[in-house]
Design a protein around this ligand. Structure first.
Ligand code: ADP
Ligand code: MG
Length: 325
């Protein structure tokens, strides 16, 4: 790294970060040093966003800085973990200071709200890509895994579904509107950190919805070796998403469009009262959409008939395989 590049990191990244009490050494040395609170486990996850694959090349850099971090924080939320640290690997085609300042603003505004400290990273020249690793803390036996759903548990989702999918249609010019909550859902997703932590001891399994409800609930079913039945009429939908579904008679937006970053979780009957109390405190809505069953697979009900899903979500490698055929 040259002096100029180091100056860039200092100005845009190390100067802006929040300080976490468990950090012994942050940006500037060969490694950061962190200290986990007694009795806590580290929850670690990483995601890469590539221009043209995960975001449109002309996306506003401030919302990109927000979203690149939000998708990682969403994984911590799904585990019930409390955010603590992040590292950031940036590949940049050139040094555009206005772009970097806006990207950093989006990143640090969200990081600050969750007490997250940026403790290191890497900066290289190349096609625009952003890799963020986040580290959280969670009592090991309270982490929300995908594998704990049991027959009879109720399936819930937070917030509403399909909004980001509709926002993407707006961005691509495939929908007459081009503003409002659907576009915010796509560009400014809100990781459900508070809800995730409050589901410790209440949810039997949890996942965040990044690739569409059908695919992500499917991961819970596989990991828990169970099946499920959900009723599409119980899915929480923004009015504009509901209008789109009615107009096109197409349920794919809430079932298979990605990028919602809501939580999907299962709750045993004995914890339903505790869930009601937690939800009342969280300021978020949650909706019961179905039930865990013994028979493997996901069944989707609409007016008492099963509907067939045409593809279950966004799978990068499946797309690549089918396009080679
Ligand atoms: P090294 O050669 O040891 O990998 P670098 O010269 O790449 O170190 O980085 C110097 C310091 O700056 C390190 O502490 C590294 O973690 C930090 N750093 C580099 N790029 C970034 C970035 N994009 N965001 C945050 N910290 C960064
Ligand atoms: Mg390096």
């Amino acid at each position: 790294m040259t002096v100029g590049e180091f100056d860039l990191i200092r100005r845009f990244f190390s100067a802006n970060t929040h300080h976490h009490a468990g950090t012994l050494l942050g940006i500037g040395d060969d490694c950061a040093l962190i200290h986990c609170r007694a009795g806590m486990s580290l929850a670690v996850t990483v995601d890469t966003l590539v221009s043209g694959v995960h975001f449109l090349p002309d996306v506003a850099p401030e919302s990109l800085g927000h979203k690149a971090l939000a998708v990682n924080l969403s994984d911590l939320a799904a585990m019930g973990a409390e955010p603590a640290w992040a590292t950031l690997a940036l590949s940049l085609p050139d040094v555009d200071e206005a772009w970097l300042a806006a990207f950093a603003r989006g990143f640090f505004t969200l990081a600050g709200r969750h007490g997250l400290q940026l403790i290191g990273g890497d900066t290289t020249r190349g096609p625009l890509s952003i890799t963020i690793q986040v580290i959280g803390q969670v009592p090991a036996d309270c982490a929300l895994r995908r594998s704990g759903a049991k027959v009879g548990d109720i399936i819930y989702v937070s917030g509403s579904l399909g909004a980001a999918g509709l926002g993407l249609k707006m961005r691509l010019g495939q929908h007459p509107n081009s503003e409002g909550p659907a576009l915010s859902a796509l560009e400014w997703p809100e990781p459900r950190i508070g809800l995730g932590q409050s589901l410790q001891g209440i949810a039997s399994a949890c996942i965040d919805i990044s690739d569409g409800l059908a695919a992500d609930l499917g991961h819970i079913l596989t990991a828990s070796q169970v099946g499920a039945c959900i009723d599409v009429q119980k899915l929480p939908l923004l009015p504009r998403v509901r209008d789109y579904i009615t107009l096109h008679d197409d349920w794919r937006l809430p079932l298979t469009a990605g990028d919602d970053y809501e939580l999907c979780f299962t709750v045993p009957h004995e914890n339903l009262t505790a869930l009601t109390a937690v939800v009342a405190n969280s300021g978020l809505s949650v909706s019961a959409i179905g039930r865990i069953e013994a028979e493997p697979g996901l069944r989707v009900l609409y007016q008492e008939h099963y509907i067939h899903l045409n593809g279950t979500g966004y799978d990068h490698f499946k797309h690549a395989e089918s396009s080679q055929k």
